[in-house]
Design a protein around this ligand. Structure first.
Ligand code: 0L1
Ligand code: MG
Length: 263
């Protein structure tokens, strides 16, 4: 690591304040170009500690990001990233949320899984993930980078908890062996116009793979993904900007539908 504990704490406070005040900031690496991957995840961990100190238990809420080629091309990066969701970011299926809750919201069509048993790396693989999935859900993530104009690099975005802001879940569907999460069709509509049509395989070939990568990543610090954890596996297509007055509908073959409106 190249940053001190004091710097990590200050940068977590800076990112937290940007989210709370909806005031975008410059990406952290402008000022700290020496920031390394461990620093970036340490800032995210410090941010999580701040959120949890406000009574938000994030221990079972995980997300993967930048898991599709479309997202990687859109953001000019080439690796997935991992973060956490906040309970108060949940928006009811069919519900409304004020666009002013965010700085510059975008939505992503995702597949979410809930684990019935824990996953521990290293060496966790897709087969183990599939054996651990209890339920699968249609999910919409609302991302909202705390950086000006969504302008960041991978380390800055990890520190900013991978732009996590809001999330919507469809009804849970029990996972049964043989359920095809790679070839299911995913259709997202914005105000009734189709904005993306894609298959589950857009998520790193199979949406279970980001879950395995997450288990292997956190194993480096002796952690596991606990039973009961919910994981958003990452946007299957490019993110779509939304504003007040917009309605988003998402349907995933075999999993169901959800909708959310921005006021
Ligand atoms: O969930 C995501 O794919 C977001 C990852 C962070 C990059 C972004 O803000 O698009
Ligand atoms: Mg996402």
């Amino acid at each position: 690591m190249s940053l001190s504990e004091t710097q990590i704490a200050l940068l977590a406070e800076r990112v937290d304040a940007a989210a709370l005040n909806r005031q975008p900031i410059a990406k952290l690496t402008n000022e700290f170009p020496e920031m390394d991957w461990q620093d970036a995840y340490a800032i995210q961990d410090a941010l999580k500690a701040r959120v949890e100190a406000r009574g938000q238990d994030c221990s079972l809420l995980f997300k993967a990001g930048l898991t599709s080629r479309a997202k990687m091309v859109q953001m000019g990066v080439n690796e997935p990233v991992f973060g956490f969701l906040q309970p108060h970011g949940r928006i009811a299926n069919g519900g409304k949320v004020a666009a002013s809750t965010f700085i510059h919201p975008r939505v992503e069509a995702e597949i979410a899984v809930r684990l019935k048993r824990p996953l521990r790396g290293p060496g966790c693989h897709v087969g183990e993930v599939l054996a651990a999935i209890g339920e699968v859900m249609v999910a919409l993530e609302v991302i909202d980078s705390r950086y000006e104009n969504f302008n960041f690099d991978l380390k800055s975005v990890i520190a900013d908890n991978t732009s996590a802001a809001g999330w919507v879940l469809g009804e849970p569907v029990p996972y049964v062996p043989g359920m095809d999460l790679a070839h299911c069709g995913i259709v997202m509509r914005l105000n009734a116009g189709i904005v993306s049509t894609v298959a589950g395989s857009a998520v790193l070939g199979h949406p279970a793979l980001p879950v395995a990568l997450l288990a292997n990543l956190i194993a480096r610090s002796g952690r596991e993904i606990p039973a009961g954890a919910l994981i958003l596996t990452g946007g299957a297509s490019a993110a779509v900007a939304v504003k007040a007055g917009d309605r988003v509908d998402l349907a995933i073959q075999g999993l169901g539908e959800l909708a959310v409106s921005f006021t």
